[in-house]
Design a protein around this ligand. Structure first.
Ligand code: PRX
Length: 650
């Protein structure tokens, strides 16, 4: 581990907040001091300040039966009321909640008053269809306003949503519907992606074709107008909404009432249904959205590019921004349709001030070249966020320079489906940022880096990332499987109150946190521990490299060997042979990190296998590197990629 730490310690650039930014920072240093003095009191204050409680809570946390936490247990609230009605009642009904842009170019500007009205009708439809508090409703929709309306309407009646990413297969849909015993599915005829119409309802029909689920109805939003088969259980969304009363009074529910289940894949086995509840989750989503992004709801235009099918879309498209009364952009399509500057065009058009996206997107744009974003006016941007995977310093710097005009601070935010909200991040008006580091726990969150024996590793060392105290947005369990919940997250150190995140991290000399990737991706080469993320970072630091993925492939001599799959920038492919490129990169890694990290093999490929959420599927690359038959590719965004990689290696 020491080799990799030395390499990352070479990153010494620091970017303090500008005096102007710091002077107007939404977050103040007292957040840290207050939370340090009285963590629970701090969260109780946040919950009271940020949310409306129909019935105030008197208890902050019950942690008498770890790992089962109860936050704000005797309080009652309505999540949808918090995201909608109260803003209208406060006189902000005319503020735009959503600037929606369809991929083909249609637009809708929806105010808080209009969104509230639509959610009220949708809530009445749910009640009409017999959905009551606690029932599970599956949502399989594209990025259209109705997706947010559906989530909020389900929350409004105290039911539980299970949003299924619009790219998932019928098999995945039916597994999720069955696991949660959903009674209703909300879908659309189709959606637009990459300039094409993708069918959604047929996938739901197929998922329900066995006829064995509890689903009574399928509510269908008309988005594309394509022909769809019609079953007895099917209802048109627009007809149902028109048929019900416009008024709906939000009822309060207990703070621990479930809000949603979101499925996420574990290291093995079937996806886990991560369960979140209302009061604590909404408190953390609102708190982090406000302070991490320095949000000014009156003037900011915020854009999180995540799909609502992922946790980032739940916490930072639906719940955090709407609880805070923010104005946001919602975009249906892909970044490169109809042209590769689409995102930058939207930023220019809506004068987006806060952008929240993923390193994989940033690296893709790097590959295409800075001349594309440079054609657009991005000067409105004032805060840039990153999430989902470690961001290598080069991507971080490119994001800051090319997109942020060298002035907008970059905040790298670490968290998980399980944590509900951001856990580690700089606060842009307070923290001196470092390229590639997630840096500090947010106020009120307690994080440590431990060795395998559960001992604190100390500054300058790497280990396992652990959350040492319960936090409001924490998962409350795995749906229907309390044993798996305990085993997966709370058994690692024999102390039932320590949450093991599954990530490696190191503390630098100042105590700042640098994420090293999942520990399941940590390699052991000749007894030395190496991080895939670190070698990837080194590879992409070379000017020839656009993207890189590294796996540890078993090796008879060294235990594991480093195998890299690299995409080379177009401009370097013409005049250099693959063998020369590989040799140059091997030498580069050896030089940057040490000979131990030098990849044994480097394969030059055109694409990397990624899930639809943009995560590289190293498992598949490991299969290739180890000469095995390639495993299950069904979760890949493009299932042909593995074929193309295998061909490259022949
Ligand atoms: O490995 C970490 C990585 O993504 C994992 C969580 O994935 P998911 O539940 O899909 O949520 C993604 C969006 C919150 C983590 O265990 N991860 C997430 N953010 C970062 C990160 N790794 C490094 N740096 C980050 N900022």
């Amino acid at each position: 581990m020491s080799v990799q730490i030395d390499h990352l310690l070479n990153e010494t650039r620091h970017f303090p907040p500008t005096p102007e930014f710091a002077a107007q920072s939404v977050a103040t240093p007292e957040l840290y001091t207050d939370a340090a003095a009285d963590r629970l009191g701090f969260w109780a204050n946040q919950a009271r300040e940020l949310l409306h409680w129909h019935k105030p809570f008197t208890k902050t946390l019950d942690w008498t039966n770890p790992p089962f936490a109860k936050w704000f247990e005797d309080g009652e609230l309505n999540v949808a009321y918090n995201c909608l009605d109260r803003h209208v009642l406060a006189g902000n009904g005319d503020r735009v909640a959503l600037y929606w842009e369809g991929e083909p170019g249609e637009t809708r500007a929806i105010t808080y008053a209009e969104l509230t009205a639509e959610v009220k009708r949708a809530a009445n439809v749910l009640t009409k269809l017999g959905v009551t508090a606690g029932d599970r409703v599956a949502v399989y929709l594209p990025m259209i306003p109705e997706a947010i309306v559906a989530m909020l309407a389900i929350a409004r009646v105290g039911a539980v949503h299970s949003v299924i990413f619009g790219g998932f297969s019928p098999e995945s849909i039916s597994a999720r519907i069955d696991d949660a015993d959903a009674v209703l599915v909300i879908t659309a005829d189709g959606g637009y992606r990459k300039g094409k119409v993708s069918a959604l309802k047929p996938a739901v029909d197929e998922a329900l074709s066995s006829g064995e689920s509890y689903v009574r109805n399928v509510l269908v939003v008309k988005r594309t107008g394509q022909d769809v088969d019609w079953n007895e259980r099917d209802l048109w969304w627009h007809e149902e909404l028109a048929s019900v009363d416009a008024e709906h009074e939000a009822q309060p529910f207990a703070a621990e009432n479930p809000l949603f289940i979101l499925y996420t894949s574990g290291t093995t086995g079937k996806p886990k249904g991560i369960l979140h509840t209302t009061g604590g989750y909404l408190t953390q989503a609102a708190f982090t959205h406000k302070n991490v992004f320095d949000l000014r709801p009156e003037t900011d235009v915020y854009w999180c590019t995540a799909d609502i099918g992922w946790i980032t879309g739940h916490s930072y498209v639906t719940y955090g921004p709407l609880a805070n009364g923010a104005t946001q952009v919602l975009y249906e399509g892909t970044p490169d349709t109809p042209h590769p500057g689409r995102w930058w065009e939207l930023i220019e058009k809506y004068k987006v001030t806060i952008l929240y996206t993923a390193p994989t997107a940033i690296r893709t744009f790097m590959k295409l070249g800075r001349q594309i974003p440079q054609k657009f006016d991005l000067s409105s941007l004032r805060v840039l966020g990153s999430v989902g995977e470690p961001i290598n310093p080069e991507a971080w710097m490119w994001y800051r320079e090319v997109i942020g005009g060298n002035k907008a601070p970059v905040v790298d935010t670490w968290w998980q489906t399980e944590t509900g909200g951001i856990m580690i991040s700089a606060l842009p008006g307070l923290t001196t940022t470092k390229p590639g580091a997630a840096q500090v726990p947010i106020p009120g969150v307690s994080i440590d880096v431990l060795d395998d024996d559960g001992k604190h590793v100390g500054h300058g060392n790497g280990g396992l990332l652990v959350v040492t105290e319960p936090w409001p947005g924490m998962l409350r369990g795995i749906w229907g499987d309390p044993e798996r919940f305990k085993e997966t997250y709370w058994d690692k150190f024999g102390n039932k109150a320590l949450y093991f995140a599954g990530d490696g991290a190191r503390l630098d000399e100042e105590g700042d946190i640098w994420l090293l990737g999942r520990v399941d991706d940590v390699m052991n080469v000749s007894g030395h521990r190496l991080s895939t993320a670190e070698i990837e970072s080194s590879l992409v630091a070379h000017p020839m490299t656009a993207e890189a993925a590294v796996v540890g492939a078993s090796d008879e001599v060294t235990g594991q060997a480093v195998v890299a799959f690299v995409i080379i920038k177009f401009s370097h492919l013409d005049d250099t042979s693959h063998a020369d490129i590989a040799a140059t990169l091997r030498a580069h890694v050896a030089q940057q990190i040490g000979a131990i990290a030098r990849p044994k093999h480097i394969f030059i490929v055109k694409e990397l296998p990624k899930t639809r959420s943009g995560k590289i599927m190293r498992r598949l690359l490991r299969d290739v590197a180890e000469g095995r038959e390639i495993g299950d590719v069904t979760t890949l965004a493009d299932t042909m990629v593995m074929q193309s990689i295998s061909n490259t290696m022949k």
